[in-house]
Design a protein around this ligand. Structure first.
Ligand code: NAD
Ligand code: LMR
Length: 333
């Protein structure tokens, strides 16, 4: 067994963390041979609730969990961590867009960027879940100049998982048979879920393109896209609270792939600081298809983008530029 690693989850008393902590602590993310010490950050009024979470973690009797550090102090929370799940932020309510949360949430990510910069391991891998995730991740990276920008990512894996599930249901195959669906752009209702590069392993054992398996391009460009774009709002309308179990699963998937790599021939979607690939705006956190090896992601190049795709990428890129401007104004940068 290796030495324990330190992993922080912020918003640790909240609903996503309630599912996520168990997954991490039982080895689903960093592997069955990787012991860990969990750092749990929340705000002072939530320390009582957090105490209950700590009790439950102990009562799970999980062999890999070698320590728990509950705290309201970002310096203590980020000390020596090699992985950071930045979940703590206000969730949206019915009728809101995620960008309506900017004014409430973006300052949190400035403070946490500064704390990561001072206290975290310089190779720390940061996943921002708190909304609006892409722009929060950008702001966080700006305030952590000593940590490479490629170590800051935003979660669009939930959108990818949703998209795979929609295709699997439509074609009637298990979800694991659907691969290489891309989420482009913002984790918002302008995102572009793109099935046109995907593959499906059919019951016959033959692998075909998503377009061939679905056999309905109009569905792929309309109902499929809109269902994934609006899935978060649909969950909120039904639960009166935002997605939590599925968000935790996606956060685990994202970090697991970052640490362990993507399988040969497969890519996953992550919000990363854009280098302008595919004609997207630079210096926004844009979701791209990536492959991961040795804990480093790389944008998949040379996928064909047709006129419809071009229009969709431009819309979501423009929204990210607007959010960046708004966020910088809020924090006075
Ligand atoms: N990217 C995605 O796909 C995705 C999916 C689901 C939810 N989310 C977002 O994740 C965030 C958390 O959702 P939730 O359902 O767990 O919310 P929640 O309200 O249940 O929990 C949030 C927790 O964060 C804590 N918190 C607030 N400010 C903090 C700070 N400065 N430092 C540390 N902790 C702080 C709160 O006290 C609370 O315990 C929301 O912004 C939500 O919109 C993103
Ligand atoms: O939609 C939300 O506000 C929560 C989350 O981002 C989601 O996609 O479910």
């Amino acid at each position: 067994m290796s030495e324990p690693i330190r992993v922080v989850v912020t918003g640790a008393a909240g609903q996503i963390a309630y599912s996520l902590l168990y997954m991490i602590a039982k080895g689903d993310v960093f592997g069955p041979n990787q012991p860990l010490i969990l750092h749990l950050l929340d705000i002072p009024p939530m320390m009582g609730v957090l105490e209950g979470v700590v009790m439950e973690l102990a009562d799970c009797a999980l062999p890999l969990l070698r320590g728990v550090v509950p705290t309201a102090d970002p310096a203590e929370a980020f000390k020596g961590v090699v992985a950071a799940f930045l979940v703590g932020a206000m969730p949206r309510k019915q009728g809101m867009e995620r960008k309506d949360l900017l004014s409430a949430n973006v300052k949190i990510f400035k403070v946490q960027g500064e704390a990561l910069d001072k206290h975290a391991d310089k190779n720390v891998k940061v996943l921002v879940v708190g909304n609006p995730a892409n722009t929060n991740a950008l702001i966080c990276s700006r305030f952590a100049p000593s940590i490479p920008r490629e170590n800051f990512t935003a979660m669009t894996r939930l959108d990818q998982n949703r998209a795979q599930a929609q295709i699997a249901a439509r074609v009637n195959v298990p979800v694991a048979n659907v691969n290489n669906i891309v989420i482009w752009g913002n984790h918002s209702s302008t995102q572009f879920p793109d099935g046109s590069h995907g593959q499906v392993k059919m019951d016959s054992g033959k692998t075909v393109s998503v377009r061939e398996a679905v056999g309905d391009d109009a569905w792929l460009r309309s109902i499929f896209v809109e269902t994934v774009q609006k899935r978060g709002a649909a969950v909120i309308n039904a639960r009166k609270m935002s997605s939590a179990m599925s968000a935790a699963k996606a956060a685990g998937d994202h970090m697991k792939d970052w640490f362990h790599g993507t399988p040969a021939g497969q890519f996953v979607s992550m919000g990363v600081v854009s280098d302008g690939s595919y004609g997207t705006p630079k210096d926004v956190v844009f979701s791209f298809p990536v492959v991961i090896k040795n804990k480093k992601w790389e944008i998949v190049k040379n996928l064909q983008i047709d006129d419809f795709g071009r229009k969709m990428l431009d819309i979501t890129g423009k929204e990210l530029e607007e959010e960046r401007g708004e966020a910088l104004a809020i924090i006075g940068a």
